[in-house]
Design a binder for this molecule. Structure first.
Ligand SMILES: NC(=O)c1ccc[n+]([C@@H]2O[C@H](COP(=O)([O-])OP(=O)(O)OC[C@H]3O[C@@H](n4cnc5c(N)ncnc54)[C@H](O)[C@@H]3O)[C@@H](O)[C@H]2O)c1
Length: 328
């Protein structure tokens, strides 16, 4: 049978697709290849995937009503869906709110409608985010903490995605799992994220911007650890527990460590063999001072065990980053 991966040209979608192919699955990847960041990078990821015979790619705008459903019906055999397409990024949401409603709410509805129309769907897995925890003071963040204070429209749409998914699990008894990712980094990563922007600036001798005067803590999670968590979740659809317990589950996928931003930059300096010019700036709108994942539930149910230390993860990112730019 076949796994549909949305956002397959994106950072996490690319890695999840590659891991599924590596274990012998058939994968249909969809993406609209939007220009939020380098389309060349998205195409380069796809090129790797297209080397596999069991991978098929379709360029689809998910928010267009019925488009995905028609494609999936034609393709036949899809029994699991991993929905990773989204408009990501907290800062961009301050100036481009419509992109978030379109790609995170309208598109998610279309993906869920496609799932509802599928005969024999085994599992719908979708991406949420640590940003749903907002400025919660209780650390680490656990799945049953209250999440009612989103600090950005991005966070609000991710929380809405969770509620929409819960509703479909309840109404249509659709086995559904939401994964709250915590600052994922690694090779083939995202050029809009801090670790990439920092690496780029340090390589060029330019200053890096540390917001909230550097007093930030993030739970940085290495991509391979996240992918293991996604596949483990995909393989374990939640059971239907009756009217009051629909088959919906939420998991934090984080590294279970809140890393000081300064320590993170030092590790990046070591990986690059260069010193950063640090520029300390006030807190940015929409941002949160800390993220830190309690992964007890994922450890218990998914045997999730992130094992990549920040030094090792950043070394692998820098090796890839330099190689990628040399080739281009
Ligand atoms: N990377 C992280 O640190 C992180 C953290 C928390 C949550 N997430 C979530 O994980 C998921 C994957 O993130 P990522 O880092 O791979 O982001 P990404 O931007 O690299 O990938 C998302 C992909 O979705 C595609 N896409 C966006 N809107 C679309 C639409 N309307 N129709 C079709 N395709 C569309 C984009 O072209 C892109 O290739 C997203 O839902 C994101 O919000 C990521």
């Amino acid at each position: 049978m076949t796994v549909l991966v949305t956002g397959a040209a994106g950072f996490i979608g690319y890695h999840v697709s590659a891991a599924l192919l590596a274990r012998g699955e058939r994968v249909i990847g969809v993406d609209n290849l939007n220009p939020y960041y380098s389309v060349a990078l998205k195409r380069a990821r796809l090129k790797q995937l297209q080397a596999h015979k069991r991978f098929a790619f379709h360029r689809v705008e998910l928010a267009r009503p019925g488009r995905l459903e028609a494609l999936v019906k034609r393709a036949r055999g899809v029994d699991r869906v991993v929905h990773l397409a989204a408009q990501a990024g907290v800062r961009y949401s301050l100036d481009h709110p419509r992109a978030y409603v379109e790609s995170n709410l309208v598109a998610q509805l279309e993906v869920m409608e496609t799932c509802r129309a599928l005969n024999g769907l085994k599992h719908f897995v979708y991406a949420s985010s640590s940003s749903v925890y907002g400025r919660n003071a209780k650390l680490p963040f656990a799945e049953d903490d209250r999440v009612e204070t989103p600090q950005s429209l991005y966070a609000a749409t991710k929380r809405a995605d969770e509620l929409m998914a819960y509703c479909y699990a309840h109404l249509y008894r659709m086995p559904t799992t939401g994964l709250r990712f915590f600052t994922v980094y690694g090779p083939w990563g995202r050029p809009d994220m801090a670790y990439w922007l920092f690496a780029e600036a340090i390589e060029r001798g330019k200053p890096i911007k540390l917001f909230n005067e550097g007093r930030m803590r993030r739970d940085f999670t290495y991509i391979d650890d996240v992918v293991e968590g996604v596949l483990a979740a995909l393989d374990r659809p939640p059971a239907d527990g009756g009217p009051d317990a629909p088959p919906h589950q939420l998991y934090n996928l984080g590294n279970n460590r809140a890393e000081d931003l300064d320590r993170f930059v030092s590790a990046l300096e070591r990986a690059l063999g260069k010193t950063a010019k640090r520029q300390y700036l006030p807190m940015q709108k929409g941002d949160v001072p800390a993220t830190y994942a309690d992964v007890t539930a994922a450890r218990r149910d998914l045997s999730f065990a992130p094992r990549t230390a920040i030094d090792e993860g950043l070394r692998r990112f820098v090796d890839w980053y330099r190689d990628y730019h040399k080739r281009r």
